[in-house]
Each structure stands twice: as C-alpha cells, then as structure tokens.
Design a protein around this ligand. Structure first.
Ligand SMILES: Cc1ncc(COP(=O)(O)O)c(C=O)c1O
Length: 372
C-alpha cells in the first residue's frame, strides 16, 4: 500500500532531539509515573499495584474498568461502544481502514492531522478537502461543506478541537454538520484527542459520538491527559462500527499493554485532577503567548479556543520550513512549519509545555525576529 509521507511526523522526527527549547510539542507537559501517582492520590513511590499484574495480553478490547472510565467521558456511550487502541493514531487508522473503501467519497477539513486525508487517499478513496480559513476563525464553512457532501459521501473527517489552529467547533455547529451528514447517510469521524483542553468552562467540548447516530469519536491519553508514553487511545462509536473495527484490529493490535491499561484507568478515574492540571497549564500558557503576540508586529493569529497549539501567520519573505530551520539553528527553538500542514506563511506553536520553556523560547524568537 502506497501512502504519502506524514509531513508533521517527519518534521518532529528530524528535529525533536536536536532542539533546545521545544515549542513544537503538542502534548500538555507529560507526567512522570510518580507525578501521576501523586496527582491521583496514590503513594508516589509505591508501585505495588503493578506487582500482581500478570503479563498476559490482558482483556483483548480493553479492561472493563478502563472502558467504563472512557464511556464516562461521554453522555451516551456505554462500555460496549468503546474499544481501546494503540494511541489515537491507531484509532484513526482503524476507522479509516474499516469503513472506507476504494472510490468512496471522503471529505476532510484541512489543516488537520494528515491521517484523515492521506489514509483514505492511500486506500483509493475519492478525497475532497474542505479548506479552513483564517477569516472564518478556522471554522468550517458549512455552505462549502454542503456542496462537498453529495449523495454517496461515505465519511466526513474533522478534528475538534483542531490541530494546528486551536479552533473549537461549538455544539450547534457540530449539530449542523451532523444534519448535513444525515442527508446522505455519511459517517462523521471526529478526532477529539485534544478534548478536555478548552480555554473556558469544564474544558470538555461536546463529542460527535453523542451528537450523531453515525458519529464516531476518537481520542486518547497523549494530549489532554499528558500521558503519550502509554500509547493508549480509543474509539467511541455505534456498536456496529466497534464490531467492524474488531475484525481489522485483530490483525494489527490484539490488545494494548496491561500496564498501559492500568495507568490509563487510574488517570481517567481521576480525570478532574489530571485535566485540572492540564487546563491550569494551557490557560496560563495561552495568556503568556497572547501577551507575546501583541508585542510582535510581524505575527498575527486567531486566538485558540482549545487544544495545545496556535497557528501563527508571519509577515516575512521566507518559506515556513526555512523560517523554522533558521530558528532552530540560530536559537535552538523548535516550531513546526505551516508547510507540514500544506500551508505557507504560517508556523505552529505548541504552547502547553512547561511555562518556563515557553517564556525562554519566546524571548529567543523575539531576538530572532528583530534580526530579520
Ligand atoms: C489530531 C491528532 N490526532 C491524533 C494524534 C495522535 O495521538 P496519539 O499520541 O494518541 O496516538 C495527534 C498527535 O499529534 C493529533 O494531533
């Protein structure tokens, strides 16, 4: 199977270990196991709960305790509507591979996580892109969506909250998207890996799986829960989709690690504390970033409403990759070029890392911009 190289992952692999201050990271600053235990009220040095865990494959579709903790994140999903996967990346791959066939019409927003158009393209699907525009606050233009979603459309793929823009599709707009999908009986896949990081309220935006009878939500422990090292994600979807996915999943997953299942359950059963910490970081850091943007005349943005990233427009006669390479080489600060999302004139900043790293990094970027 031929597939397009995954541009953002290639950029990360190339530079992540060579930079000094990583402002390309999209996870809320990752937790250590000791911090997770501490945060969830366990004895921070006591790992005795791990000792009786038998290193079998474990529960094949995820332990019941874990699937219960995941289903509690939704209004209408029971444990039977949930299957555990190898990261959100595994969840997305399984959905596209299980539901999309050659010549099926798929509509994906861009910019987004590249899986959502490159996997269906590799399957031979007829992929149509809905370009999100800065002037619309990076939200989808529903008139354009109506034009693209013609009879025979198999799937609409969204990322909400969005990576890279940090835009948040509000519930009424999700309902309108569901109504558009319903007219042609299409699935709506919504990648919700950043759910839990909204800048306001509880931080938990509405989920497509709860809104639409053919809605599918994917998510995982990496971003909002700061536990990417668990490599644990999930799909929440109608039971028929879970059963279809299970057929494919037997070929590439079997199960996730028993230790991963254990720690994910612990984090989700204490999600208020884990998400509280994350929101403290994302809200505080976005305020720092906003203040900095104000002082930089060559930069502009649509202020993110959720997620961990901001998509910044820059006014310099330089392709985004050259900008980002020069920035790393001269200052050690790593951003992600807009070209990794197929968009020139922009860079993505991941702002959910340690605030001291963010502040130090932005100060170096200011000096860099002043030299241009
Ligand atoms: C929108 C989106 N989906 C999925 C993933 C992959 O997440 P995970 O680490 O849970 O596999 C990422 C990672 O950057 C992402 O940004």
């Amino acid at each position: 199977m031929k597939i397009e190289p995954f541009r953002v992952e290639i950029w990360m692999n190339e530079w992540e270990t060579k930079c000094d201050l990583n402002l390309a990271e999209t996870c809320v600053e990752s937790l250590t196991i000791a911090e997770l235990l501490d945060l969830t009220g366990q004895n921070a040095t006591d790992l005795s709960a791990l000792l009786p865990l038998k290193m079998t494959y474990g529960a094949i579709d995820g332990s019941m305790r874990l699937r219960e903790a995941i289903s509690a994140l939704y209004d209408k999903q029971a444990p039977d509507n949930v299957i555990v996967t190898h990261g959100t990346i595994g969840a997305n791959m399984l959905i596209h591979r299980s539901l999309v066939d050659r010549r099926d019409r798929v509509v994906s927003v861009v910019p987004t996580y590249q899986q959502h158009y490159s996997i269906p393209e590799s399957i031979g699907a007829d992929v149509h892109l809905l370009h999100l525009r800065e002037e619309n606050g990076w939200l989808p233009d529903l008139d354009l969506l109506r034009q693209l979603v013609v009879p025979g459309t198999k799937m609409i793929a969204l990322t909400n909250p969005n990576n890279p823009t940090g835009a948040l599709i509000p519930r009424p707009m999700l309902e309108e998207i569901a109504a558009i999908a319903r007219t042609v009986d299409a699935w709506v896949l919504c990648d919700e890996v950043y759910r839990g990081t909204d800048q306001e309220g509880s931080g938990m935006t509405a989920s497509m799986a709860d809104i639409y009878e053919k809605g599918i939500s994917t998510a995982g422990m990496s971003k909002a829960y700061s536990l990417a090292g668990l490599r644990l994600g999930w799909i929440a979807a109608p039971r028929a989709v879970i059963e279809e996915v299970m057929i494919h999943r037997d070929y590439d997953t079997i199960s996730v690690g028993v230790i991963d299942d254990h720690f994910a359950t612990l984090a989700l059963e204490n999600r208020d504390r884990v998400l509280g910490r994350s929101q403290h970081i994302t809200r505080g850091n976005l305020a720092i970033l906003a203040e900095w943007i104000e002082t930089e005349p060559r930069l502009s943005w649509v202020r993110p409403r959720s997620g961990t990233t901001a998509f910044i427009r820059y006014d310099l006669p330089m392709p985004s990759r050259d900008f980002c390479v020069a920035l790393i080489e001269e200052t050690g600060v790593m951003f992600t070029p807009g070209s990794a999302f197929g968009m020139e004139g922009y860079v993505r900043i991941g702002y959910a890392n340690n605030p001291e790293i963010l502040k130090a990094g932005l100060a170096r970027v200011s000096a860099f911009l002043a030299r241009q």
